[in-house]
Design a protein around this ligand. Structure first.
Ligand code: GLU
Length: 242
């Protein structure tokens, strides 16, 4: 399980994401990637190798938006290369998703989706999550939040996931089960990380997500639920001191 950093606010997301990924480099990884929303479109850059390689590949003017997600991958399914690097997308390109962990029933979900005509591009277990989201979204006409929530109800395995949706470009939705995820609360900006070290240079106000929790985050607010229930979860904000 490797590194996750997400940002929404009014600063340039790509700068914050790259600096957060650098703080997570100590964990080891084989590839890295970023997705930001630019004029309501998802723009992704990813590569095998180091965060510095990703940084030099990023066209700064193409990644100038104020919302984004980023990942350093430690391959478990599929070799380390730029196609298998996260973020991954669905066929329609509506969603972008990063994932730490392992989806144990990925083979069964993939078979189901291939049968429905969905074409996969990577060898990862992760891609089934985002492809299933895309399939459900088109078929059931759900919103972004419920698309992720229902997708995760079908999943067996461990995950920390963070997702963007082109149709709801002012929010990040994240969830965890068996893989750590924290949310940093700022002033007019919010952060997601797999580890507080990724975000603590920006804020000391932290929400620690528990297993089964799903959070919707915009730049000023957040709302937490359980993936199996509809009621709102109220969580204590912890202040980290260093
Ligand atoms: N299982 C996923 C993959 O192989 C995620 C690996 C990770 O946690 O970095 O792509």
């Amino acid at each position: 399980m490797c590194g996750i950093v997400g940002y929404i606010g009014s600063s340039k997301a790509s700068d914050i994401l790259i600096s957060g990924l650098k703080r997570l480099e100590y964990r080891g990884y084989d590839s890295a990637g970023i997705c930001t929303i630019e004029n309501n479109s998802l723009v992704t850059t990813k590569c095998k190798g180091k965060v510095a390689d990703l940084e030099s590949k990023i066209n700064s003017s193409l990644h100038s938006g104020n919302i984004g997600i980023s990942h350093t991958r430690w391959a478990t399914h599929g070799e380390p290369n730029s196609i298998n690097a996260h973020p991954h997308s669905d066929v329609s390109g509506k969603f972008s998703l990063i994932h730490n962990g392992i989806i144990e029933n990925h083979y069964a979900i993939k078979e189901y989706l291939i049968d429905k005509g969905i074409e996969f591009v990577s060898d990862t277990d992760t891609e089934v999550l985002v492809q299933f989201m895309g399939y459900l979204y088109n078929k059931e006409k759900l919103d972004f939040f419920n698309t992720l929530k229902i997708t995760l109800q079908e999943v067996v395995g461990a995950y920390g996931v963070v997702v963007l949706c082109e149709d709801e470009p002012d929010k990040i939705i994240a969830a965890r089960h068996g893989s750590p995820l924290v949310v940093g609360l700022g002033e007019g900006e919010n952060f997601v990380g797999s580890d507080v070290s990724a975000i603590m240079e920006h804020t000391r106000n932290i929400l620690y997500l528990d297993d089964g929790e799903i959070i919707e985050i915009d730049k000023d607010n957040y709302s937490i639920k359980h993936i199996e229930h509809d009621s709102e979860i109220i969580k204590e904000i912890k202040k980290i001191e260093f």
